[in-house]
Design a binder for this molecule. Structure first.
Ligand code: CP
Length: 330
């Protein structure tokens, strides 16, 4: 049984096949490939794009999507194995996944980390347990990685450059008043390195991504060409960039002990037109939702080089390709 848990689980040939499939599906909106198939989306956190695009990816292919929000419209769920369930929640993840596996053909899960202890969260235990307990394919809809977003980002870049090898990809941290998940940054870094791009990650001191992801990316560029560098100098990093991916994430060094004033020191990391002028007339994108004029200015986000809506649309097309691959209909 196949799952779509992390983008790095797949050889680049499979990722390229998924991108080709997504491009083809983009041209023909409706088909019946998923007739009588059902996906359950388990949302422990809010979503606009992921929920809507998976629903449409199923329904436009003749299938059906059921969205559950544990603790809101379905029972609250406990995660810890062997725990005594004497708290608020009525259901254990093991039981929910076993039952949903019997009802459906595929389960998607969105479950952000707890933001208390990175040593614990980096194990991605909720996703690992779901993979263990499910008898149907699992799709990671964002835990500590966001592989669906990364695939949409790759498709968006390929539509502009075709060949991504040696194109300069800059993952730029940006200020946000809350300590956000590193998931999008982790997967974007890996996806760009899988494609053999020259990847630069720019972030302030103390905002480095987990070394695990940097090392996975470095291993990929050895195999697939390209480079991975890290810098604390945003202007130097942006120089001659072909593609800028801006994203905020919280400091792993202050994980569970967020110091708002620390992050506020870097409010000037907002991507502006002046900063984009350092690039090679580069494109810019972001996963959305985005705080305008904080992460990037209106002028940048509404410019001709902004691909935010193209990438959001491509979520739909790549997810159709993922579903068809997992459910054996492509
Ligand atoms: N980019 C993304 O996953 O969007 P949502 O949080 O709206 O699903």
């Amino acid at each position: 049984m196949k799952n779509y848990a992390n983008i790095e689980d797949f050889p680049i040939e499979t990722i390229e096949a998924l991108l080709d499939s997504a491009s083809m599906l983009k041209k023909i909106k409706f088909n019946n490939l998923l007739k009588n198939k059902t996906m359950v989306g388990l949302f422990f956190n809010p979503s606009t794009r992921t929920r809507t695009s998976f629903d449409l990816a199923m329904s436009q292919q003749g299938g059906h999507f059921i969205s559950l929000e544990p603790g809101s419209k379905s029972w609250g769920i406990d995660f810890e194995e062997n725990m005594v369930m004497d708290g608020e929640n009525e259901e254990h993840l093991k039981d929910a996944i076993n039952v949903l596996s019997r009802y459906s053909d595929c389960i998607g899960v969105r479950c952000f980390p707890g933001f208390l202890d990175w040593d614990y969260d980096r194990k991605d235990m909720v996703l690992q347990n779901i993979l263990k307990w499910s008898s149907v394919p699992i799709i990671n809809m964002e835990t500590i990685s966001h592989p669906c977003q990364a695939l949409a980002m790759l498709l968006t870049m390929k539509e502009k450059f075709n060949n991504l090898k040696k194109k300069k990809f800059v993952l730029s941290w940006s200020y946000h008043p809350k300590p956000l998940n590193t998931a999008v940054g982790n997967s974007a870094l890996i996806a760009a390195s899988m494609a053999g791009m020259d990847v630069t990650v720019v972030n302030p001191p103390y905002y480095d991504l987990d070394e695990k992801y940097i090392n996975i990316a470095k291993d990929f560029v050895v195999k697939n060409g390209g480079t991975v560098t890290q810098s604390n100098n945003q202007d130097e990093g942006l120089a001659a960039a072909d593609f800028v991916y801006v994203k905020s994430w919280g400091s792993l060094k202050q994980y569970g002990n967020f110091k708002k004033e620390e992050q506020a020191k870097y409010k000037d990391w907002t991507i502006t037109s002046a900063k984009m002028s350092l690039t090679n007339n580069g494109y810019i994108s972001h996963c959305l939702p985005i705080r305008r004029n904080l992460i990037a200015t209106d002028e940048v986000l509404d410019s001709e080089n902004s691909l935010i809506y193209e990438e959001a649309e491509n979520r739909l097309h790549v997810q159709k390709a993922i579903l068809n691959y997992l459910l054996g209909v492509s």
